[in-house]
Write a protein that binds this ligand. Structure first.
Ligand code: ZN
Length: 331
């Protein structure tokens, strides 16, 4: 039995729908295959709380304006704050525009602020290229992918910090900031315990699993931290999960168990891929992620493969042999 999608939030991309009392979901278009990013508007006495900003380009701004209007929120007057869950362009991108339109403060997890400013303010593709090449990707491919992914991004002028455990006033109550590492080191999710809602960002989604990868600027062992965080989240009291992508759903513990099982299976497949002979992470990624992928998608596949190989090394199931190019072998 797999976790079923909710009947809530079934509107098409570009549309808005009420998903709980005083809570609206807007599906903003994004210019890549993911299709859309879901952002949330939560009504409160002091104005609306906005969760995530979306990717900043004209179709998303149009959807923002129409969606806020449908919810009864005037973006120029009624927004009390914007909470950004993590630094990825489809979540933080339009925060600068939203701040300009609404004059509302923008919040992020404390450590995410200098991280995002460093990464998007002075982008440097070289460490990323070096990492991809060290793990077996051809250099021209690596340069191509890294060049696209490490371009600059204008951020909101002022961003204020949130800490894990902090209560963010929301609607008539509050939501607690929960650190949700793995997909991004300092991603936050918001738990409104009184209403049983988890704003899950890219941590827990249905139909897709978040990319958990090793990046040049990542903290060590992202998959281990991700699985640990999933484990803790199973016990949160929430019967409505509002994710950053994909359908809304209700069974938090069930979905956490499914994702955990998915990674166990992927770990087994990667262990098997280096069973017969040592391979680079890039070779393993070509075996596990088949089909026609863009160079950018290939680099995501490699980062994700690296996160699994790193976990296998951590578990003592695989060994890494350093050299100009790193190879992995069954331990
Ligand atoms: Zn993301």
């Amino acid at each position: 039995m797999s976790v079923a999608p909710s009947t809530l939030g079934a509107q098409p991309v570009g549309g808005a729908a009420r998903v709980a009392e005083g809570v609206w979901q807007v599906k903003l278009p994004v210019p890549f295959p993911l299709g859309f990013v879901s952002v949330y508007l939560v009504a409160g006495d002091d104005g609306w709380t906005v969760i995530d900003a979306g990717y900043d380009y004209p179709p998303a701004r149009e959807a923002w304006e129409a969606g806020a209007r449908a919810a009864g929120c005037d973006l120029s007057r009624d927004v009390s704050k914007v909470v950004v869950t993590h630094f990825h362009p489809d979540h933080i991108g339009a925060a600068r525009w939203l701040q300009e339109v609404s004059a509302a403060p923008v919040f992020m997890m404390e450590q995410e602020i200098p991280f995002a400013r460093g990464l998007w303010g002075s982008p440097d593709a070289e460490p990323f290229v070096a990492m991809l090449v060290r793990h077996g990707m051809p250099r021209d491919m690596a340069e191509d992918a890294a060049g696209v992914m490490r371009a600059g991004l204008p951020l909101a002028e002022e961003i204020s910090p949130l800490s894990p455990g902090e209560k963010v006033p929301m609607g008539e109550g509050a939501a607690r900031v929960v650190h949700a590492p793995g997909h991004a080191d300092h991603q936050l999710v918001l738990h409104d315990e009184a209403r049983g809602i988890l704003y899950a960002a890219d941590h827990l989604m249905l139909g897709i699993t978040p990319n958990v990868g090793v990046w040049p600027e990542s903290e060590p062992h992202p998959l281990s931290r991700y699985l640990g965080s999933l484990h803790e989240m199973r016990d949160l009291r929430a019967d409505l999960v509002l994710p950053g992508h994909g359908p809304v759903f209700h069974d938090l513990a069930g979905r956490a168990a499914e994702i955990t099982a998915h990674h166990a299976e992927r770990l087994g497949a990667m262990r098997a891929a280096v069973e017969a002979e040592p391979r680079t992470a890039y070779e393993v990624s070509r075996m596990l992620f088949r089909g026609a992928l863009t160079r950018q998608q290939r680099s995501f596949a490699l980062a994700e493969t690296l996160a699994h190989l790193d976990q296998l090394v951590l578990e003592g199931r695989v060994g890494a042999r350093e050299g100009g190019v790193v190879t992995y072998e069954a331990a």
